[in-house]
Design a protein around this ligand. Structure first.
Ligand code: PFF
Length: 442
């Protein structure tokens, strides 16, 4: 089967970054940070990105480009006849389950675009009540999530690569710019310093064992790791692309967007909490509404608020779309290549499964939270653990060296390669296991 490749270097980075940067950074990161007590969560999160995020992204790139296959097929090609194929299948299942709740949040984003365009958002008397009204209407949430799922399916069917490249080239810089503007507005509000303290001054009493599990899960979720998404994308990478550089660039960009989201949400949430007591309870609980309650409050403090909120929620929806495309692509290509079904049929199957899961998530917040917990905090780290072990212990070292050096055309130090393999063999698996055990026992 002939497979297209991302021709340009920027195309490859754009696709991977498009997958990584999404609601995970702007919606999930702030609410996890709130639930995790602030600064300590962020420190552990950054540690996870550095110690296993970047090395694991590189590993997924190596597996994907060297096998040129989908999530499960890659393990079949590189480790034929072994049980490693279950790692790929676990990834496909994770992708499906993530879509089952992620699409609901995408639907919320659509709702906020409509409210912004109609001008109703800026006239809302209570932003918390406005969000809760949406939550109390499961049918509406479901219709919105179905719309977003169809939108994603449309892009998957019509061939995504050009679209992703274009959206990342234009959308990413724009999103970045608007985030910076919002961050400036947020930190200059009176009372904002409490939010900055919360983000950057660690308080020992906030350090619970669960914070480690939360931060690790968030790192995997945000970088799209542990479910073979980056394996699938890297299967389209051309052989000129420098994998180490790409993994670093994508991780740095993703982390910056998350931190910026934090710098927007927390100062604003603390500053505006004086007027809206409920924001504080969302803050303490790390509730899923944090973004959707705090931001309209922030726009309210800006001239031309409807314009800002429209622009922001549209960009957020596009960022979410490039992530849902990557999620749906993993599951679709798996069905298409493993069961030899047409792409259109594969998309139809995935779409149906997602909207059924989405119905449960829309009607039951318990189901929504369970899917979030199961995928981000358990399945992705377990997937990552096995991917790390696979590249560290099983994969032929010649393949690793060939991929890291672009088939000996780029010099890479022996120490770098040895250090990298050491991390995958021992450090990353031990750290992931230790966090699991500490989180469960502690
Ligand atoms: N990384 C995406 C985000 O932060 O929104 C979510 C995601 C996409 C997770 C793709 C996992 C994945 F494979």
């Amino acid at each position: 089967m002939s497979r297209a490749t991302f021709v340009s270097k920027i195309g490859a980075i754009a696709a991977a970054a498009g997958s990584a940067v999404g609601l995970g950074n702007i919606w999930r990161f702030p609410s996890e940070t709130a639930g995790g007590g602030g600064a300590f969560f962020i420190i552990i999160y950054l540690g996870c990105i550095l110690f296993f995020g970047v090395p694991l992204m590189l590993s997924e790139f190596i597996i994907g480009r060297s096998s040129k296959s989908n999530a499960a097929g890659a393990f079949h090609i590189l480790a034929s006849g072994t049980k490693w194929k279950y790692v790929g299948r676990l990834g496909v299942l994770s992708g499906l389950l993530i879509m089952g709740f992620y699409m609901v949040v995408c639907g919320w984003t659509l709702h906020y675009i409509f409210q912004s365009v109609a001008g109703t958002l800026s006239n809302v008397p209570d932003f918390t009540a406005n969000f809760e009204q949406l939550l109390q209407n499961p049918l509406k949430q479901w219709i919105l999530m179905v719309s977003f799922t169809f939108l994603t399916a449309f892009f998957i069917i019509s061939g995504v690569k050009k679209g992703i490249e274009l959206s990342a080239k234009i959308m990413m810089p724009l999103l970045f710019l608007i985030l910076i503007i919002l961050a400036v507005r947020s930190i200059t509000l009176t009372g904002a310093s409490a939010g900055i303290d919360f983000l950057f001054k660690p308080k020992l009493e906030n350090l619970k064992p669960s914070v480690f599990v939360d931060a690790m899960g968030q790192a995997f979720f945000s970088l799209s790791l542990g479910m073979a998404c980056m394996i699938t994308y890297a299967s389209y990478f051309s052989k000129e692309i420098n994998l180490t550089e790409t993994a670093l660039q994508v991780s740095v960009l993703d982390t910056l967007v998350a931190l910026l989201a934090g710098v927007i949400i927390f100062p604003a949430a603390f500053a505006l909490a004086q007027n809206q007591t409920t924001i504080t309870s969302e803050l303490i609980a790390g509730g899923p509404g944090l973004l959707f309650i705090t931001l309209p409050g922030l726009f309210d403090q800006m001239p031309l608020s409807a314009l800002w909120s429209t622009l922001f929620f549209i960009l957020l929806a596009i960022a979410a779309l490039t992530s849902t495309i990557s999620l749906m692509e993993v599951v679709t290509v798996y069905i298409h290549e493993e069961f030899k079904l047409s792409r259109a049929k594969s998309v139809l199957i995935v779409t149906t499964a997602v909207i059924i899961l989405g119905a449960f998530s829309s009607f039951s917040s318990v189901f929504f939270k369970a899917l979030d917990f199961l995928t981000a905090k358990i399945m992705l780290p377990v997937g990552g653990l096995f991917i790390s072990l696979f590249v560290g212990w099983h994969l032929d070292k010649k393949i690793i060296v060939a991929e890291l050096t672009n088939e000996n055309s780029k010099p890479v130090g022996v120490r770098f390669i040895k250090g990298y393999i050491f991390i995958l063999k021992y450090l990353a698996p031990a750290a992931i296991l230790a966090i699991f055990i500490y989180g469960l026992v502690g």
